[in-house]
Design a protein around this ligand. Structure first.
Ligand SMILES: C[S@@+](CC[C@H](N)C(=O)[O-])C[C@H]1O[C@@H](n2cnc3c(N)ncnc32)[C@H](O)[C@@H]1O
Length: 339
């Protein structure tokens, strides 16, 4: 991290300012190894491989760390050559494309699929993830001057309150143990009038639709396996099933995606115009993703509406979208928290 980026950080325990405590190794103006010290409660936090760390190394998001370091670029537009993530970012957030002089807080950044697009807006980005996926994001984007990557927890965010113009939390809330608590933790970090975009998996509440979500039958087993063992199984499974569902599609014209879903395999054939090789990579990555995540807590649309109301957000828009339910809102201009 760069020393100049200290201004964005706060102690997650007492909200005090942080200072540089020790520099063990630096490269140019970046601290590679060292420690930060809270000027309030004197808690010490490590900087490891350029990234400030505010969470225990072993935590419930380890499968995500494994996944994103195994597939650091698979979902990135710069890898696929398409604008899949760019289109989703702007359609889902409805933000302007030029956000020079603004600040964006990204929570649950994974390998940095959305970080890559957020950077294009010219805003200053603070990207936070609970897992060591931050390493994959750093490898892809760490050299950018307008980016600070942090390993931190949505429930105890180590950044300034009442500060950010925009907040993005895509693909994350359903993977937290308490979705309501995770969502309600976010608005205080926006400046009054700042805008937030989240999404969350959709719970259908229709027995015949929920019945087809077969991943929920096998997750009690798959989430108990080590990421390495589960990944090996997923590789074998996808290699076996992928050609079969492909053949079924050729013979019947019925979408391979529908059949794949019944057999708990992700499938983007017919959805995105990706090469065969990348389509299969996406299938493997996403199959592992939904079978490995420690938590998978979808909400229905009424539950999302209640959360936005509880957070007293304004200009609220909630709709079904790319990955379930999307929500946008603006922090009440009168709201202020104690920084
Ligand atoms: C499905 S991934 C989505 C990553 C990225 N937003 C994307 O769409 O490609 C969910 C991410 O949420 C992160 N996550 C889960 N619990 C978290 C928490 N308590 N605080 C911050 N991030 C969390 C995981 O580590 C993981 O990288």
């Amino acid at each position: 991290m760069r020393k100049a980026h200290l201004e964005y950080l706060r102690c997650p325990h007492c909200r005090g300012r942080l200072g540089i405590h020790q520099v063990d190794e630096s490269v140019g103006d970046k601290i590679k190894e060292g420690t930060l010290l809270c000027t309030g409660c004197t808690e010490v936090y490590q900087i490891i491989r350029f990234i400030p760390r505010f969470v225990p190394i072993n935590n419930y998001a380890a499968s995500f760390g494994f996944e994103w370091n195994k597939h650091p670029r698979t979902l990135l537009d710069s890898y696929t050559g398409l604008k899949i993530t760019e289109e989703r970012f702007f359609n889902e957030t409805k933000w302007e494309r030029d956000l020079q002089n603004e600040t964006i807080l990204e929570i649950g950044s994974g390998a940095g699929r959305y970080t890559e697009i957020a950077l294009q807006t010219g805003a200053f980005i603070v990207s936070i993830d609970y897992s060591n996926a931050v390493e994959a994001n750093y490898a892809a984007h760490g050299d950018r001057e307008n980016l600070l990557i942090v390993q931190g927890d949505i429930y105890k965010l180590p950044v300034r309150r009442d500060f950010f113009d925009k907040l993005l939390c895509i693909g994350v809330l359903q993977h937290t143990p308490d979705v309501r608590g995770a969502f309600l933790s976010l608005p205080p970090f926006l400046k009054p009038g700042g805008r937030l975009t989240i999404d969350v998996y959709c719970k259908f509440n229709k027995w015949y639709k929920d019945l087809l979500m077969t991943k929920y039958y096998i997750r009690p087993v798959t989430t108990r396996l080590s990421p390495e063992a589960l990944y090996r199984l997923c590789e074998k499974y996808v290699n076996f099933l992928y050609p079969i569902t492909g053949l079924f599609h050729k013979l019947t014209g019925i979408s391979s995606r529908k059949l794949s879903l019944i057999f708990s395999m992700a499938d983007y054939r017919g959805v995105y115009d990706l090469s065969e090789k990348v389509l299969k990579e996406w299938a493997l990555l996403d199959t592992f993703d939904f079978l490995s995540a420690a938590y998978d807590n979808p909400l229905n649309i009424d539950e999302v509406r209640v959360l936005f109301k509880e957070a007293e957000l304004e200009d609220v828009e909630i709709n079904y979208g790319y990955n379930g339910i999307e929500g946008r809102g603006r922090r009440n201009a009168k709201q202020h928290s104690i920084a």
